[in-house]
Ligand binder design. Structure first.
Ligand code: FES
Ligand SMILES: [Fe+2]
Length: 383
């Protein structure tokens, strides 16, 4: 294996090793209820321009972003049945991407024209896409969780996805970045808890034991899915999932699902609706991006950022974008408290080396409920 400082974690476009790795797994790409019938939208995932649309039969489809005739984006196209028609000269493509009509071509060559298209599924209120080679693996399913109330948070971040991946396995930052976070909530803001990380079959697990008895656990399912017990405030008790999905190399989307398994299904649905109302209120505030940029440019002090329901995204945004949009990790001076970060980089380095040798990923677990239960039941050995 090459040195960790030589590994390209950050680039995920077609042909990049980390991109090949991420394409082997289903990725959430959109919120189901936001995709209306016959209202196509542009979508960019892993550096690929795509078109997402819901046919008149209510089924979601993903095809290439641009018409191969003269390059108009198909997101301004017209949905007809489960097909999409380009607005410029009327070429029509079925849901598999096959061109089926070229209205002004006397010698139609539509059989020779085909868009890339990708498998799409909908589950837990999200639209999922698989951009890798056939066959697609099964989409993870959690039938035991389906009856509970849940809500999503989706946030676009204008820096490389790998920052957020590292940050989510970095529990130490909670103490410094999130003054109202789990360290306060666990009742020992002044104490340093015991934290450890270990490699697992599916990726890594990181846990932090607080003297109050609270145990925060976080599992990374390679390459970019997190499962954790939420720590603080209104989120305490929710089963929490997060995918950091690259849009391109300088931006990504965070897709969270918070599931209220600690409440009855009805109570959980009520709480989730209350949170959704709070999120609608957040949309009336200055954007996270604006506040982050105000602090990073020196126009505003960290201490002057107003408290708000999504404060944690602002706090993380400042320390993540503040490292640079694509930082130079070779200059990092890592310590023992970075154990989970080092493990994460080693896992990526191992998988990327396998890809470069033409081998399949070593880690390929579907994060089903049996694995989630193992994590829920995990207790560290007493120190
Ligand atoms: S650009 Fe699409 S039909 Fe001409
Ligand atoms: Fe954070």
């Amino acid at each position: 294996m090459s040195s960790l400082t030589d590994v390209d974690f950050e680039h995920t476009g077609p042909g990049c090793s980390a991109g090949v790795l991420l394409r082997r797994f289903w990725q959430p790409v959109f919120v189901s209820e936001e995709l209306k019938v016959a209202h196509p939208v542009p979508l960019k995932i892993l550096g690929e321009e795509l078109t997402l649309y819901r046919g008149e039969d209510n089924v979601a489809h993903i095809v290439e972003g641009r018409c191969p005739h003269r390059g108009l984006v198909l997101s301004v196209g017209k949905v007809e049945g489960d097909s999409i028609r380009c607005r410029y000269h009327g070429w029509q493509f079925d849901a598999s991407g096959q061109c089926v009509e070229q209205p002004f071509e006397p010698k139609c060559f539509s059989s020779k024209v085909r868009l890339r298209s990708y498998p799409v599924e909908e589950y837990f209120g999200l639209i999922w896409a698989y951009l890798g080679p056939d066959p697609a693996p099964p989409l993870p399913r959690w039938p035991g969780l389906e009856r509970y109330g849940y809500f999503h948070v989706v946030e676009q971040r204008k820096w490389n996805y790998f920052h957020d991946l590292e940050n989510t396995v970095d529990d130490v930052h909670q103490r410094w970045v999130h003054a109202e976070g789990i360290y306060q909530d666990a009742g020992n803001a002044g104490e340093i808890p015991a934290s450890a990380a270990r490699a697992t079959d599916y990726g890594l697990m990181q846990y932090t034991s607080f003297p109050s008895g609270y145990l925060r656990k976080l599992a990374l399912f390679m390459p970019n899915m997190l499962y954790f017990n939420s720590g603080a405030g209104v989120l305490r008790g929710f089963k929490s999932f997060l995918w950091n999905v690259p849009i391109d190399d300088v931006s990504h989307k965070m897709f969270f699902i918070f599931i209220a398994t600690h409440l009855s299904p009805e109570e959980g649905r009520n709480v989730a609706e209350g949170v959704r109302a709070g999120l609608r209120y957040v949309e009336t505030l200055p954007t996270v991006e604006n506040v982050v940029d105000s602090v990073l440019s020196g126009r505003m002090r960290w201490e002057d950022v107003d408290s708000r329901p999504d404060l944690v995204l602002i706090e993380d945004g400042i320390v993540l974008k503040g490292q640079g949009v694509i930082p130079d990790r070779s200059k990092n001076r890592l310590g023992s408290s970075d154990a989970a970060i080092i493990l994460l980089r080693k896992l990526y380095a191992r998988e990327i080396a396998r890809i470069e040798r033409g081998e399949p990923p070593a880690v390929f677990s579907v994060p089903d409920e049996s694995i989630l239960s193992q994590i829920d039941e995990f207790q560290p050995e007493p120190a």
